[in-house]
Design a binder for this molecule. Sequence first.
Ligand code: FAE
Length: 532
Amino acid sequence: MSGDVSRRGFLTATGALLGTAALGAHSPAARAGGPIADGARVPVLVIGTGYGGAVAALRLAEAGVDVHLAEMGMAWDTPGPDGKIFCNTRTPDYRSYWLRTRTKAPLNYFLGFPIDRDIPRHTGVLDAEEFGGITVYQGRGVGGGSLVNGGMAVTPKRENFAAVLPSVNADEMYGVYYPRANAALGVGTVDPAWFDATDCYQYARVGRKHAQRSGFPFVFVPDVYDWDYMKQEEAGTVPKSALAGEILYGNNHGKRSLQRTYLARAAATGRVSVSPLHQVTSVAPAAGGYLVTLEHLGTDGARLATKTVTAERVFFAAGSVGTSKLLVKLKATGVLPALNGEVGKGWGDNGNVMCGRANHLWDPTGSLQSAIPCCGIDNWAAGGAFAEVAPLPTGIETFASFYLSITKNPHRAQFSWNAGTGRVELNWQTAWKQPSIDMARTIFDRINAREGTIYRTDLFGIYKVWGDHLTYHPLGGAVLNRATDNYGRLTAYPGLYVIDGALIPGNTTVNPFVTITALAERNIEHIIATDL
Ligand code: FAE
């Protein structure tokens, strides 16, 4: 039944990483085996290795099902010439961006000067995918967004949850699936006493002081970073990661990415295999399941081979954008014509908008800044904004406070197939960020007035206050209970499922990955119980 791939174990190119001491107690035994063979048959193929894909792989494997994971990005298990797997945010190199010849830093100006630089084209870890009105940042590699994100692990307030996913039983989510997700992700919170004393959170303490003096609730935000490790970084007893400015292009230490949590546990079952640098381009009905087409990519992005494999069941876990693009293309080109009309709809940016404030000289934010954010300003109920106090880990004193706000932006965009270009487009418009700016201003206008400070105008262009051109949090495109049933089934095609951020209708009111993980836990439990 499982064909020639699944029993080879997880370890293809990921072997070195997942089999090394880097993973401590979760390390599985090393195993031989290559990527999926052309013509293979597998019981389950999962497209993508982010949160949704990792949850599906682990729980299916625990239920005795052999799973193959196809991931378009690299394995991120092999050190580069500097001995490190990931490059530093301050010195982006070939490892930084997905198939670009120039960096596209989210914060792309400093003191009014552009900071992007030329890099060799390579299958790097961060994709800055450009659509007409927005750049969508995503992780590429085994571990998906967990490789590049800030690790902020936030469970939304229960009173906000019903507005996000009204068809889901909140009692079950808050009683079972959020706790399960938080435990498996390794979520923890900074030690408040250490927070008050350490140099590396001076910037966050300034953020707290300003928030509280303006009367805003200030909250500590949990994270999957190993807080004990960060203390040791400060003490100088371990290699530095968060305190060396590592984040956007990967953390070499300290962060509990999916490689160290769900995927390591999945590997340890012996039932999960993975093909890095394999991009799924088609899923078509076939005898005994679905015929899946994969392009095996080289690290220059060139196609090395095309493979077709048969899977009894396929889970779309390619992220909001990746899953939406595949489904919209497959419906429009007649490969999966019976997908319903909701496919491609309900996409949002989680209301992301960035800004900086210029502090007075007596309010330095510190030259040493932990790259891992740990706190936020909650003005959701009154102003529709939750602002994370973000680092600016430049290594020099900037006197700047920097924020990523999540806002209640009402706009939703749609993906559609352009037959002329052969590409999927997204109709988001830059002007749709205005409600987000207005909501973020409910916080920062008041703080500026109270502190006698102004917005920074040198971080996103020449005299540009708002980072309104991007999102880190793409959500939607195959919304639960609309494009799918209430558990992610694409009902017109038995055996096809969506299990990632595409299920969430555009906003989670906070950073999204805990909700994506908890929803995946809920859905896979039901699917295993009823479909398998
Ligand atoms: P995701 O993690 O994106 O995984 C999808 C995977 O599928 C990726 O590895 C893709 O390479 C792969 N893929 C796509 N298309 C294909 C294909 N055709 N064939 C094969 N593979 C494919 O999806 N969220 C938080 O909650 N807290 C944070 O602090 C936070 N910070 C962030 C910072 C940055 C810079 C970024 C970019 C994101 C951040 N996020 C954060 C968002 C979070 O990482 C994101 O919501 C999740 O990773 C989405 O999980 P999914 O499972 O939906």
